[in-house]
Write a protein that binds this ligand. Sequence first.
Ligand SMILES: [Zn+2]
Length: 235
Amino acid sequence: MTEETEVCKDCFGTGTKVDPVKGAVACPCLRVNRARRLIVAARIPRRYEKCSFANFISEPATSQENALLQAHKLAREYPAVDRGLIFMGPAGIGKTHLAVSIIRDLTEKGFASIFCEFGSLLKQIQDSYNPVSKSSELKVLAPVFQADVLVLDELGATVPTDWVRDTMYQIINRRYNDNRLTIFTTNYLDKPRSEKEQVLEDRIGTRLRSRLYEMCKMVVMDGEDYRKGFDARRR
Ligand SMILES: [Zn+2]
């Protein structure tokens, strides 16, 4: 990457430039560089790295459009918000796209944000118990606890053993107690779409489900809308 090695022509990398009227002022490159560092630190997966509010497609008056408005509102109003969002709905509907878009906007505003796929986070924690591993649980979890804003993608996707439920609860509850914002995506709903289908509570436990009610506003994204829009676009 040439961008990182290029020295700013205004401040020569000092962070201070001379303004003809105001004298020595902070160089805008500081803010740009900080935003660039933050977006790298956010660990957005490659398949989502282009996702932004600008390229989210939604038809008017659908649950997708409502979800976009909610996500945009949160990104605009942060840090003056007291609850995160939980995007609920079937795979491929744009839940993660919106969560990543929020991260993108917030890093541009200078807030440290992190994207975590919940299943791989749990795996990393498990791996850290292995004595051969060079990682430790604390090392894995420190950024998750410290980020201003955390996205936990695919809540409930991991087979819910006691350890999984307990660990999920510890992580999320710590964020709650520290008053830090968390955004979730999940394929599970509170009401099953069919008799056989599990609901979110089956996957994460009653205790965590009720904690989420306090931490987050629910944003349900409806599959029907999406498929209708998709078919219309293909026709
Ligand atoms: Zn500069």
